[in-house]
Design a protein around this ligand. Structure first.
Ligand SMILES: [Ca+2]
Length: 347
């Protein structure tokens, strides 16, 4: 679930207009020169490799090959999507990353979003145990409260990455299949569904599998619409967190202030997967000063973040791990948490 920048927006508009221009040229040529058969565009056919992938997806997630083939025939490979995948936001160092997201406008509009959806937020907290500031911060970081939900055709994004991006094709080809399943279930027209360059959809940027599995019809109107119904988006984010083990009032992070000697002692508690392989008792035993409110038995680990000068260190707990199930980057997860605190402060 990634963010669209203005830059990405521009590239996508650009690629759309090129496609449009090319399409128009072809049609004009076909119309004015109908005797020359070579200029008539032949209908797209699927390659042997594509048909093999489709066979596998069909087996794996239970969508008919016919539906998958029809979807693939309607899809267009977009090179800009692959280029965008190659330069993720999370490649930035921490000190350059968080200021993109934690800005006064996003805090203020978060306060408004929470206010305007107060009753739904309350219902979500009662139902799932996830507080409004976390739900708000997720929707704020993902789409600026529903304003930037993405301009790529989700079908094209998932087709491009699922069939033409070997590094991640195992994941994205399955999501292509899940999208076909979801579109059939929701009676969507493929052309109408826009999302991020990675195929994430709606206010909370759900991937198709997440949409199928954790999205909820929170206003009970018979449709689960994460694009237009704020209630559904709020309930679905809360349900996602609940199903990924968010603990009501559980600990999230604690910032450490360390001496150089303690800094060198952190390595044993740091792991890239953010798994909580340690306990507060172990940290205390290793000489770290952890406030008394954290229980000895609390599972935790440490993350290390690059500042302009040196590093900062945070102990992370269960609820931080839950945030990271939305996007596995520690930068993303800490940004969501710090934004949630800013929003809550201004309520
Ligand atoms: Ca609904």
């Amino acid at each position: 679930m990634k963010i669209l920048s203005k830059l990405f927006l521009k590239t996508s508009i650009l690629s759309c207009s090129i496609a449009l221009a090319l399409g128009m040229t072809t049609n004009v040529m076909a119309a004015t020169n109908s005797k020359v058969k070579a200029t008539t565009p032949s209908p797209k056919t699927l390659t042997t490799a594509e048909l093999t992938t489709i066979k596998n997806i069909s087996k794996e997630i239970g969508v008919s090959e016919k539906d998958l083939q029809q979807a693939a025939l309607k899809a267009t490979k977009q090179d800009v999507i692959i280029k965008t995948m190659e330069r993720p936001w999370e490649a930035k160092p921490w000190y350059k990353y968080w200021p993109i997201f934690i800005i006064p406008k996003r805090v203020n509009e978060g306060v408004d979003f929470w206010h305007n959806n107060k009753n739904t937020m309350l219902k979500a907290e009662q139902t799932y145990g996830v507080p409004p500031q976390i739900i708000t911060a997720i929707i704020g970081v993902e789409t600026f409260y529903g304003k930037n939900m993405g301009t790529f055709k989700v079908l094209d994004a998932l087709y491009t990455l699922g069939f033409y991006y070997p590094k991640r094709s195992a994941y994205f080809s399955k999501e292509f299949g899940n999208f076909v399943k979801l579109a059939k279930q929701e009676k969507w027209n493929y052309d109408d569904i826009k999302g991020s360059y990675a195929g994430a959809m709606g206010m909370g940027q759900f991937m198709p599998y997440s949409y199928l599995t954790w999205a909820v019809d929170f206003n009970n109107n018979g449709h689960t619409n994460l694009f237009k119904e704020k209630d559904d988006a709020i309930g679905s984010v809360a349900n996602y967190f609940k199903k990924h083990n968010w603990q009501h009032n559980g600990p999230v992070v604690h910032k450490l202030n360390l001496t150089p000697k303690q800094e060198s002692n952190t390595a044993q508690f740091i792991n890239d997967s953010l798994e909580l392989n340690h306990t507060v008792a172990e940290l205390r035993k290793a000489g770290f000063n952890i406030p008394g409110k954290y229980k000895d038995t609390e599972p935790c680990s440490i993350i290390k973040l690059q500042e302009e000068v040196g590093f900062s260190y945070y102990v992370i707990f269960n609820n931080f791990y839950t945030i990271s199930r939305y996007n596995k980057s520690p930068l993303y997860s800490l940004t969501v948490y710090l934004l949630s605190e800013e929003i809550q402060k201004h309520m």
